[in-house]
Write a protein that binds this ligand. Structure first.
Ligand SMILES: Cc1ncc(COP(=O)(O)O)c(C=O)c1O
Length: 404
């Protein structure tokens, strides 16, 4: 079909670098795949899912195979409410929930509901690629704030807010992944979380808190509370997902926000997909109700902890001088920074020749400006593959530096 049939909007879309890389390297026997953000398939609770599916069809087929409300299956909302209150200490008395088709849809709904063309958002640099893409669709403008081991550098947020205010510009919302960040793996300190909330109140903007990795904690340190927990003014839209703690194939996520905000999300979602799969919501709901989620989280923490250790040890052992990396305590990723002048996008073909693939850092910047970093995933490859993959990567980096 001729290109002229496609909308201008679609022709301007860039393909997702991560999804394209996953498509290219997934399942290639000779390549260690450090690209994706996939859970390890052995963590999928297959027997439990079979039991829940059989029960769903035996006892509730009329409901689970039927259309459902846009806000979500009522029993799942009930289960989520008690889970969130109990585990995250978030007070839901004046808040509401909408179930989404993964948090990917939550990001799209947020963009569609809140962003007028040209409005300004604050994001971490680096940040989650699909969030950049989701918000770019609505012609947002971005202000990027660097991160360090304590998360988003909040004093720089304040500097930017002051600068924007003096130019007469308001910020619509700040998007953050404060816990086991994607791609950097780091966690924002409690002080910075509180400070962000103060800034949101002072400069009148919203915070989108994407907490996809909260449950994937591998250290004995207590994970700082969600920003949402201190949100007394209804400024935080909190996003969660079953993708990392049950199975991403279910495509079930959720958002917590003030009832008026949730109502607007509901109206937009009515036009998107009517509702998230009733069947999948039913399984997710029973998974919480029967206490499986809490047990499963403990299991996957045990499972991923040594993988992270293998990756950090291998980096220590093999990487050439001039490279640094984050030391996450949870999540799925380590962020590696190379010497200035290194171009990891360019280096990828050499890495693939050497039998390893990663995601080049530029994918995680709005303007693609940082070229010398890369994201490595440790949840999907096996331990031996992680060690071998890092060894191959280190060889690639050494070759690349010599050649420059
Ligand atoms: C930070 C972050 N947010 C959202 C998502 C989307 O998750 P899903 O749509 O599977 O719920 C991901 C997936 O990798 C993520 O890393």
């Amino acid at each position: 079909m001729s290109k002229r049939y496609f909308s201008k909007r679609v022709l301007e879309m860039r393909p997702s670098m991560i999804r394209e890389l996953v498509k290219k390297y997934y399942g290639k026997a000779d390549i260690v795949d450090l690209t994706s953000g996939k859970p390890h398939p052995s963590t999928f609770p297959v027997e439990i899912i079979k039991e829940l599916i059989n029960d769903a069809l035996d006892k509730a087929s009329a409901a689970v195979l039927q259309y459902g409300p846009t806000l979500g299956y009522s029993e799942l909302i009930k289960q989520l409410k008690s889970f969130i209150e109990k585990r995250y200490g978030i007070n839901l008395s004046n808040q509401d929930i909408i179930v989404t088709t993964g948090s990917a849809q939550a990001l799209d709904l947020i963009g569609a509901t809140l962003i007028n063309p040209g409005e300004v958002l604050i994001v971490e640099a680096p940040t989650y690629t699909n969030a950049i893409d989701a918000f770019t669709q609505y012609n947002a403008k971005f202000v990027q704030i660097p991160i360090d081991e304590q998360g988003m550098m909040v004093e720089k947020v304040e500097e930017e807010l002051r600068r924007l205010r003096s130019d007469g510009v308001n910020v619509k919302f700040l998007y953050t992944i404060p816990t086991f960040h994607n791609p950097a793996g780091i966690t924002m300190s409690e002080d910075r979380r509180k400070y962000l909330l103060e800034l949101a109140s002072k400069y009148d903007f919203l915070i989108v808190e994407d907490d996809a990795y909260r449950e994937l904690s591998y250290s004995d340190e207590v994970v700082p509370p969600a920003i949402k927990r201190w949100d007394s003014e209804g400024r935080v839209i909190y996003c969660g997902t079953f993708s990392k703690v049950l199975a991403p194939g279910f495509r079930v996520g959720w958002m917590v926000a003030e009832p008026e905000t949730i109502r607007m999300f509901e109206i937009v979602k009515q036009r998107r997909d009517l509702h998230t799969s009733t069947f999948c919501q039913f399984i997710a709901s029973e998974y919480i109700r029967r206490g499986y989620l809490e047990q499963h989280v403990l299991k996957i923490r045990q499972f991923y902890r040594p993988k992270l250790k293998v990756m950090l040890n291998a980096l220590e052992e093999y990487m050439p001088e001039g490279f640094t990396w984050t030391k996450p305590e949870g999540g799925m990723f380590v962020w590696v920074i190379g010497p200035t002048g290194l171009n990891t996008t360019y280096m990828l073909s050499r890495a693939v020749e050497n039998g390893v693939a990663y995601v080049p850092g530029e994918a995680f910047y709005v303007d693609g400006s940082v070229k010398n970093a890369m994201r490595l995933n440790f949840s999907f490859p096996d331990e031996e593959e992680i060690a071998e993959g890092v060894k191959r990567l280190a060889k690639t980096c050494s070759e690349e530096i010599i050649q420059r």
